[in-house]
Design a protein around this ligand. Structure first.
Ligand SMILES: *Cc1c(COP(=O)(O)O)cnc(C)c1O
Length: 362
C-alpha cells in the first residue's frame, strides 16, 4: 500500500475473487466445469439477438431498462416497477452494500456463502459477519443469533453455492420475520430456476418490506459472459438502488440479448431437464463410488472427500484428463470439489475419472 495515498478502510482486506479456471497448459480438449455455466451455452434466440445488436453500437442504451423489466415481469409474474437490472447480480449485490452498509455496520451471511457478499461488504467499509451452517445448509437460528443492532444486510443464497442445498420457504419467511427493523434480507436466487416450483422468494418480497431477491442470466440462461442480473424488491429499496445505479450500466447488447433469452422456451426447457437428469445421475454415481454429496437443487454437485489431501489428489486426476472443476477451500470446504453438471459426455468422463481415482484410494 502507498504511504500517503490510501484507500478507504476495508478495501485492502479484500482477497481478489478468482473465477473458475478454464485452461490447462498444453491441452485443447478441456471441459470447464468450474463456473456453473450452462453446458449448452446461450440459446439460439440469444445468439440471433446478439448478432442483430451489432447494428446499434453507436446508440446509447435506454436508462430505464423498460423492455427487459417488462419481459421479466411477464415471464415471472412480477411488478415491473419493482425490478432493477444490473451488470450481473454481482452488481445488484454491490448496490445493496453501497446503499445500506458502511463503516460500523454489519453484513451477515452464512458460513459457506457466496464470496461476493464479503467482498462487497468490505468494499462499502462495512464489517462482514459469518453465521455457522448446519450440515452445509443455511441455519436460520444461527443467522438470527448472529444479528445485532448493527446488522444492515443479511445475504443467503437459496439454493446455495457451493453447497447446492436449500432451505424451505417457511424457514426463509421465519428469517425475514425475525430480523431487527433496520435489517434487509437479500435472497440470492442465482440458481432459483433449477429448484422446481420455487419462486426465488418473489412472493415473500411482495408481502414484506424487508426482503429483496437477486437473480441472474448467468446460469440457466447461459449468459455468464454477457453480465446481466436483476433484483426484485419493495418500492422503497428499488428507489434507493436506482440512485446508486449508473444510468447506462447495461448496454443495448446486454438488454436485447437477455430479453431474447427469456423468450427461448425450448432452450430453457432443455437446459432444465438435462440438468436435472444428469445432476441426479452424477450424484448417484459418486455416492456409489464412496464420494458423498448433499442433495443439490442447482446445476452443480459438491463432492466430499476424506480430507483436503484426497480432494486435491482427485482434482489433479481430473485435471490430468482435461476436466476442470472447482476447489472450494476459499469457501471453507477444503475437502470438497464443486463440479458443474456438464453435458452427458462430460458427466460420464467425470464419473469415469473419479471412479478410477477412488480405486487407487483403497
Ligand atoms: C453465479 C452466482 C451469482 C451470479 O453472479 P452474476 O454476477 O449474476 O454472474 C450470484 N450469486 C451466486 C451465489 C452465484 O453462484
Amino acid at each position: 500500500m502507498h504511504k500517503h495515498i490510501r484507500p478507504q478502510p476495508g478495501i485492502m482486506d479484500i482477497a481478489l475473487y478468482r473465477g473458475g479456471s478454464s485452461k490447462i497448459a498444453g491441452r485443447d480438449d478441456v471441459v470447464k466445469l468450474s463456473s456453473n455455466e450452462n453446458p449448452f451455452g446461450a440459446g439460439d434466440l440469444a445468439r440471433q439477438a446478439y448478432a442483430r445488436a451489432g447494428h446499434d453500437l453507436h446508440r446509447y442504451p435506454p436508462t430505464d431498462h423498460a423492455n427487459l423489466r417488462a419481459a421479466l415481469a411477464g415471464h415471472f409474474g412480477l411488478d415491473a416497477t419493482r425490478i432493477i437490472c444490473g451488470a450481473g447480480s454481482d452488481e445488484i449485490i454491490s448496490f445493496l452494500c453501497q446503499a445500506y452498509a458502511g463503516p460500523g455496520d454489519e453484513v451477515l451471511y452464512s458460513q459457506h456463502g457466496f464470496l461476493m457478499y464479503r467482498i462487497s461488504a468490505l468494499a462499502a467499509g462495512a464489517t462482514p459477519v459469518v453465521a455457522a451452517e448446519r450440515d452445509r445448509t443455511t441455519d436460520v437460528d444461527a443467522l438470527l443469533a448472529a444479528v445485532s443492532e448493527r446488522t444492515r444486510l443479511v445475504f443467503i443464497a437459496n439454493p446455495n453455492n457451493p453447497t447446492g442445498t436449500m432451505i424451505p420457504l417457511e424457514d426463509v419467511a421465519r428469517l425475514a420475520k425475525g430480523l431487527p427493523k433496520q435489517a434487509l434480507l437479500v435472497l440470492d436466487g442465482a440458481y432459483a430456476e433449477y429448484a422446481e416450483g420455487y419462486d426465488g422468494g418473489a412472493a415473500l418480497v411482495d408481502t414484506r418490506q424487508n426482503v429483496v431477491m437477486t437473480r441472474t442470466f448467468s446460469k440457466l440462461f447461459g449468459l455468464g459472459g454477457l453480465r446481466v442480473g436483476w433484483g426484485y424488491g419493495p418500492q422503497h429499496v428499488i428507489d434507493v438502488l436506482n440512485r446508486v445505479r449508473g444510468p447506462f450500466n447495461l448496454s443495448n447488447v446486454q438488454l436485447d440479448v437477455a430479453e431474447a433469452a427469456l423468450g427461448d422456451a425450448a432452450h430453457i426447457a432443455r437446459s432444465l431437464s438435462e440438468n436435472a437428469r444428469l445432476r441426479d445421475w452424477l450424484a448417484e454415481k459418486l455416492n456409489a463410488l464412496g464420494v458423498a454429496t448433499d442433495l443439490s437443487l442447482a446445476n452443480f454437485v459438491l463432492a466430499r472427500f476424506r480430507d483436503a489431501e484426497q480432494a486435491a489428489a482427485c482434482n489433479a486426476a481430473l485435471m490430468a484428463e482435461g476436466l476442470i472443476v472447482r476447489q472450494v477451500e476459499s469457501y471453507g470446504l477444503p475437502h470438497a470439489l464443486r463440479i458443474t453438471v456438464g453435458d452427458e459426455s462430460a458427466c460420464r468422463r467425470v464419473a469415469h475419472v473419479i471412479g478410477a481415482f477412488m480405486e487407487t484410494q483403497r
